[in-house]
Design a protein. Structure first.
Length: 451
């Protein structure tokens, strides 16, 4: 069993969460535009595709937030932005002759829950004109309970939302004050009941550990509250304190933050409570009921990882919609312009907003496969890698064997057939995954803490 204190000291260097490989800091300016034709071609090849739509607005700004968003008290900028989204969808419609069938659509942010009903209608109509949306399309949305309104529920119904993700973070008033996110348990419960009354059978709750002023007792109470709401899924993230990237995080007093060992204990305790309550642990930070699609995919070895976290979505192509949204094709990643104004100017003038991007090399595809399997299954098997990637695959297997031989901390092992992260070392999966990250070795970018 690795000693957590030693491991946390030895590997104090921050590592990525590997929601992609290579990770976003390695995307290159201008390459998005170069990948775009490949992405459109793969979207048009007859298979089902996915889409991600980003809404970069919130009516409040939580100090812990690391998402790409902007606070707005007025609705005009939001409805103007929806106009640009509709223009962007129209540009895809022109470029995709037959409507590709949409398998998954995720609305993230920011807070897509601040959209008004008529904007949901406009978005739904635009999407339906460009893509085939049918009974098998999964549509998920992130909801801030603060935005709970009748008109939101009507909008979600029109769009055909099948899955809702509700932000909780922590229920304790002192912690909430330290992160500027007041939100009562009752407010969250009422939203959840309203979401269920729409017939939405799958609900996720986001909770955080490592927050300012979060004690073990406060975290335990929060997790007990989450469990009492019986969501199908729970995402338990460690608070990523990155004030050099997110200026408003400087409003959080660093002296109020739990230290690395306390964070580790909090993660372990929250996990134990969720597992005791019957949730199955999925990958490094998700939990799901045993009959939930995520748990079934984990069991079947078909779980995937993308920018939204763990997913059952295995589509090769994802279309990015909105400022900063990231899409994917077999050729590489495409990221839309991040500044909202620049994104709007581009799509309003008839030009898709692809800016940064990344073109995969064969080595990237190999390492992306190994890292995704480690993050999802905590192992990768050698034979499929040799078969699929030929001599490159053989080299990676040798590399994995050498890594396992040189590991003095019990973080990984191999039996000659697979490379594995043992159960006791799973909290350190990001560290082990980073050993296969060829880009990380040359990177100066600073990520968040590994645990
Ligand atoms: C876009 S927000 C969720 C939707 C909605 N805006 C809300 O706050 O309820 C996505 C999630 O990212 C997570 N998150 C945001 N900032 C984070 C940070 N600094 N570290 C870890 N998780 C973070 C939170 O759990 C949050 O619920
Ligand atoms: S956590 Fe959610 S509501 Fe708070 S600022 Fe971030 S995106 Fe907005």
């Amino acid at each position: 069993m690795p000693d957590p204190i030693e491991i946390l000291q030895k590997y104090a260097k921050p590592v990525p969460r590997y929601t992609s490989y290579p990770t976003a800091p390695h995307f290159q300016q201008g390459l998005g535009e170069a990948i775009l034709p490949d992405m459109i071609a793969s979207a048009a090849n007859g298979g089902r595709i996915s889409a991600y739509m980003h809404i970069p607005f919130c009516d409040r700004l939580c100090w812990f937030c690391a998402c790409h968003t902007k606070q707005t008290q007025r609705y005009d900028p939001v409805s103007a932005y929806v106009g640009s989204l509709i223009n962007e969808i129209g540009l895809y419609r022109e470029r995709l002759s037959a409507r590709p069938a949409l398998a998954h659509l995720h609305l993230g942010g920011g807070s897509p829950s601040l959209l008004r009903q008529d904007d949901f209608v406009r978005i739904a109509e635009a999407l339906e004109s460009a893509f085939l949306i049918d009974g098998d399309t999964e549509i998920s949305i992130e909801i801030d309970p603060n935005d709970h309104r009748e008109d939101l529920l009507a909008g979600m119904k029109r769009l055909g939302v099948t899955r809702a993700s509700i932000g909780v973070q922590d229920f304790d008033p002192a912690v909430q004050e330290a992160i500027n996110r007041p939100q009562s348990f009752e407010q969250t419960r009422d939203l959840l009941l309203a979401v269920r009354s729409l017939g939405i059978a799958s609900v996720n709750i986001d909770a955080l550990y490592g927050l300012p002023l979060q004690t073990m007792e406060r975290l335990e109470n929060t997790i007990a509250g989450v469990i009492s709401l019986s969501p199908e899924r729970v995402a338990l993230f460690g608070y990523a304190h990155v004030p050099w990237m997110k200026k408003h995080q400087t409003l959080i007093r660093e002296g109020d933050l739990p230290g690395p060992m306390e964070r580790f204990r909090q993660a372990q305790r929250a996990e134990a409570l969720l597992v005791e309550a019957g949730y199955i642990k999925i990958g490094i930070d998700h939990f799901a009921r045993a009959d939930d699609g995520l748990a079934l995919a984990a069991q079947a070895g078909t779980l995937g990882r993308n920018f939204q976290g763990y997913t059952t979505d295995r589509c090769e192509t994802m279309i990015p919609l909105g400022a900063s949204a990231i899409g994917r094709s077999p050729a590489g990643y495409v990221q839309n312009l991040v500044p909202t104004g620049q994104y709007r100017t581009s799509v309003d003038n008839g030009k898709l907003a692809a800016a940064k991007g990344y073109r995969f090399t064969p080595d990237d595809l190999l390492r992306a496969h190994a890292i995704e399997r480690l993050m999802c299954d905590f192992e990768f098997r050698f034979e499929p890698i040799r078969q699929r990637f030929g001599s490159l695959g053989h080299h990676l297997v040798e590399e994995a064997m050498a890594i396992a031989r040189n590991d003095e901390d019990g973080l990984c092992e191999t039996d000659g057939e697979a490379f594995r992260i043992p159960l006791s070392a799973r909290p350190f999966a990001r560290i082990v995954a980073s050993w296969f990250d060829a880009h990380m070795r040359q990177s100066a970018f600073q990520y968040s803490k590994a645990v």
